[in-house]
Design a protein around this ligand. Sequence first.
Ligand SMILES: [Zn+2]
Length: 351
Amino acid sequence: MKINGLALFALIFFLSFAARGGEGGRVYASFGGGESGLKLTPAVSRASIGLDDFARQHNLTLVSAPGAGSIELVGKGVSLLFAPGLPMAAVNGQSSTLTQAPFVLRGEVRLPVEMESLLPSASTRIDGTVVLDAGHGGNDTGCTGFGLREKDVALDICLRAGELLRRRGARVFYTRSRDEFIELSRRSEIANSQPDAILVSVHLNSVATGSKGRENARGVETFVLSGRITEGARVSAAARKYDLAGGAEAVSYNRKKEIIAALSGFSRDRARTLGACLQQRLVGELGETDRGVKQKNLAVLRETYFVPAVLTEVGFLSHPATAKKFKSAEHRQRVAEALTAGIADYFACPE
Ligand SMILES: [Zn+2]
């Protein structure tokens, strides 16, 4: 059973408050040690592991004291929150129920071994920051087809992917999380402001009404910035936009330009890797036609200077069978899962 993360926090808050006095205090007082503690922890015969051993085995660090009611352990791409006496735990904000609550025995916090299964394995964790950019929004509907609007489908996929990414430990930002108009330059600014992030812009394709072969075009394609846009042009634009000529820092304008050039060149290389990872997963997991990773001079890619940026067209709304698929939540979830897998591949692949 999954429950709302907020509900868990509320419960933990209640319990930690109660533990300091009031009715619930008895639970903690009796777990605190001595004979009564043993009586009240019949589950001790079941497999459990001490908090310190658990943390060490999973490379986690204790960030809140056991005496505070709730306990949080954090590690690379994972946060585990729980409270002794409460049969549930939250991993990266996602709560799950436990068959046995963590407990305190002779002053030591012990965790049921089932808590190990809640942790994402090291191989599935995503240690990175992802800016998800749902294309269009507000007055800008994007393309339409068979009753679907690009802005709605792209947003739904981004929200689903964001949830999957968060569960795997990634830090997620959205350029928009509802139906609103956002300038293209603003989308890039959000990505530029997140060090070590990637930007993934999600769109749906279409062939214009009346065009030849409209109903036949299908498949997935991913774009990186056109090689025709020179670093020099981007560096000047970035230097102007971020006012790198000004400021009190004792770094020369030319030095700053060099820094931007290095960063944007780097982000371009990484964008090609990211594009390939996404395209491969989308094509493979959706069984779609591979239209390839292509280059294009797109504003959202051109103006994202400091981090890798790609734009992926996850399907054609002008293609009848594809549009029909996008009407189902299951398909949109599959697209979100494919994007998540591609992003995980990217972060797992060495620079
Ligand atoms: Zn679009």
